[in-house]
Ligand binder design. Structure first.
Ligand SMILES: NC(=O)c1ccc[n+]([C@@H]2O[C@H](COP(=O)([O-])OP(=O)(O)OC[C@H]3O[C@@H](n4cnc5c(N)ncnc54)[C@H](O)[C@@H]3O)[C@@H](O)[C@H]2O)c1
Ligand SMILES: [Zn+2]
Length: 356
């Protein structure tokens, strides 16, 4: 398949292509792969907006459409997807195309990983968050009783196709949510990237700049993924902000206005940056910079709805832990992270107070 090479990043054995008006590349990829059939998985909102464009390049594809939202990322929906694939006579040579945000990418990836012991899939991420983080890297999952990503697999896509034009219809709150993961990528690996991203304004960001930003994030992510595909070591660094983040996200799912994933990660990054001040030598000055960056992107600094005891209870169940010991990813400074850190419980509690 011919993809302009300047727009391609090599991930762990597959391409991530980013650009504008590049859905046609999916048609070329599907034709080249000689798949027995193609099934599109999408949510109602995204399919209404972009389903016709995808059907245009994949005219024979069948579609499975689910309601939007994190609440759908569960075993019930997954079973419905598998049943529908089976009814559509999907076989081992079927291609699954995930068209949507991180929910569709995560759940579709997992659906592909286990259907007939594994079929090929392509990711067409349509939120900023999924374009910079959730679509590539091979982590696929669904939630279990509201707990994040408990059932899943490491399973790589065959292609990730990122068209920034779809971001034009993305609600501002969803765009802000994506910036949380972008800031995270800078914080853990690249101070310059962090400072550039921290200063950006969302309004009228030219597509070329957006493409560069998305490629920058994927480049940072790919370095960790290539080092450690199954997260036994350094890949854990990509989880910065996600221990506290997943806990507040899980708690918020029971409320009328759940946090978006990026909002929860922003809160988690603030608390874990505070923990880094207490445990890993991050300076107060850099901590303040991190809070300003989060604020600049319209992301929350506080989540008063959560009870401290409930958050602390949830982090002990986090799948990143070993036994009862909580392992943290912390920052020595902006651009330098460490992982598998054990922390003093009093400091953990004090860090959490920063966001409550
Ligand atoms: N696998 C990974 O490595 C990884 C990394 C980060 C996050 N995640 C997961 O990603 C999920 C969050 O993803 P998300 O933030 O993309 O949420 P999402 O998939 O729920 O999408 C957010 C909302 O935006 C709508 N939408 C999507 N694209 C749109 C568009 N172009 N125009 C208008 N509306 C659009 C969707 O219908 C949905 O309502 C979480 O479950 C998180 O755990 C996974
Ligand atoms: Zn995340």
């Amino acid at each position: 398949m011919k993809i302009p090479q300047k727009s391609v990043l090599k991930m762990d054995g597959y391409d991530i292509a980013a650009g504008q008006n590049i859905f046609n590349l999916l048609g070329a990829f599907a034709a080249e792969g000689k798949f027995s059939s193609v099934i599109i998985l999408s949510d109602e909102t995204v399919f209404k907006l972009y389903g016709a464009q995808i059907k245009n390049v994949l005219p024979d594809a069948k579609a499975i459409i689910i309601p939007p939202g994190e609440k759908q990322k569960n075993l019930n929906t997954l079973a419905k997807i598998w049943r529908k694939m089976f009814r559509y006579k999907a076989d081992r040579h079927t291609l699954l195309v995930n068209l949507g945000g991180g929910v569709i990418c995560d759940m579709g990836g997992f659906a592909a990983s286990a259907y007939m012991r594994g079929i090929k899939f392509a990711q067409i991420p349509t939120t900023l968050l999924s374009q910079v983080d959730a679509s590539a890297g091979g982590k696929t999952a669904v939630d279990l009783d509201g707990a994040k990503n408990i059932i899943g697999a490491f399973y790589n896509p065959s292609l990730v196709l990122i068209d920034v034009n779809v971001l034009k219809t993305l609600p501002p709150r969803e765009l802000q949510s994506g910036f949380a993961e972008i800031l995270k990528h800078g914080l853990i690996k690249d101070k310059k990237y962090f400072e550039e991203a921290a200063a950006l304004s969302h309004a009228k960001m030219p597509p070329e700049k957006m493409i560069k930003l998305i490629q920058g994030s994927n480049k940072i992510k790919s370095r960790f993924v290539k080092l450690d595909r199954e997260e036994k070591g350094p890949r854990k660094i990509l989880n910065f902000g996600h221990t506290f983040g997943h806990a507040v996200e899980t708690l918020s799912m029971k409320t009328k206005r759940p946090l978006l994933h990026g909002e929860a990660v922003a809160l988690g990054m603030i608390a874990e940056a505070k923990l880094s001040v207490l445990e890993a030598g991050l300076s107060e000055e850099e901590f303040t910079k991190i809070k300003s960056a989060v604020k600049n992107h319209g992301l929350p600094l506080k989540y008063k709805q959560a009870k401290k005891s409930a958050v602390l209870n949830l982090i002990t169940k986090d799948k990143k832990n070993k036994g009862q010991t909580i392992k943290w990813t912390l920052l020595n400074r902006i651009g330098k992270a460490i992982y598998d850190e054990e922390c003093n419980p009093q400091n953990v509690s004090a860090a959490l107070e920063e966001i409550l």
